[in-house]
Design a protein around this ligand. Structure first.
Ligand SMILES: Nc1ncnc2c1ncn2[C@@H]1O[C@H](COP(=O)(O)OP(=O)(O)OP(=O)(O)O)[C@@H](O)[C@H]1O
Length: 245
């Protein structure tokens, strides 16, 4: 495996407050990585820095060992193959599930061409494959607005995958989900990893356990511990600042 994303000595302050404090972190290509930590630990700011939404004061963020992401903006990072899913699902509610995926396919198409012209066999195949992956084939013809919260989250993940990103950043996907949906989401992200690198920020420990992946614990903008969930859960400082006794 090779390092796909490397944060090296990254710092970022807001009005003198160090939100990110000498943060160094390496993620391998195809890896599934969970980021946990208390409120205000810097998880969102870290994602903002990776996508170019926020610029660090100092440090490097290397992409595929060649591009420094601190010099790109959000559009630039998207072009490089970095996709981000925010906590709240944003799907086109008045379009069908299938059309939502079609609209998200990578090639440049106008909405008109996507919705009213015949699809190529390749597009039809790809849409079917993505619907299968996110377990929405049986509701392909439904309006997206009629889906459950969990299904909307999966649809949005499917839409992101339609762009074939190298790295997927996923922010608290399990929030608001039923237990069954939470477990299904963990299974989905595990399926996606390998072909894509996936970094997921989450507070739900049952979900993180189900991800069964390397975990990074952030605290005060710095890596406090890293390793399997069992490993970091046994760390005294992690128990102190985050997991509780
Ligand atoms: N644009 C900003 N201006 C001022 N302060 C900010 C800004 N963005 C983040 N911060 C501060 O930086 C710290 C880290 O915030 P961040 O949202 O990255 O933490 P987090 O780990 O994602 O927290 P949560 O789990 O609550 O989402 C917080 O104290 C926050 O108030």
């Amino acid at each position: 495996m090779s390092t796909q994303l490397l944060l090296d000595g990254v710092n970022r302050s807001f009005d003198g407050f160090k939100a990110i404090n000498d943060l160094s972190l390496a993620v391998e290509k195809g890896e599934l990585r969970a980021i946990i930590g208390p409120n205000g630990a810097g998880k969102t700011t870290m994602m903002d820095i990776i996508t170019g939404k926020t610029r660090p004061d100092t440090g490097r963020v290397m992409w595929n060992q060649s591009v420094d992401l601190t010099r790109t903006d959000e559009a630039g990072s998207a072009r490089l193959g970095i996709g981000r899913k925010f906590q709240k699902p944003t799907v086109f509610e008045t379009q069908t599930v299938e059309d939502n995926i079609a609209l998200a396919l990578k090639e440049d198409r106008s909405v008109w061409a996507t919705l009213f012209h015949r699809r190529s066999a390749e597009d039809t195949r790809r849409i079917g494959e993505l619907l299968e992956l996110v377990k929405l084939s049986h509701v392909a013809g439904w309006m997206a607005g009629d889906l459950s919260h969990g299904q909307k989250q999966w649809l949005e993940i499917g839409m992101l995958l339609a762009q074939d990103p190298e790295l997927l950043l996923v922010d608290e996907p399990a929030a608001g989900m039923t237990d069954a949906e939470t477990m299904r989401t963990a299974e989905l992200l595990r399926q996606i990893a390998g072909r894509h690198t996936v970094i997921v920020v989450e507070h739900d420990m049952d979900f993180v356990r189900a991800l069964d992946c390397r975990v990074t614990v952030l605290h005060q903008g710095h890596v406090l511990a890293e390793g399997s969930l069992d490993h970091v859960s046994a760390n005294e400082q992690v128990i102190e600042v985050y997991l509780g006794r």
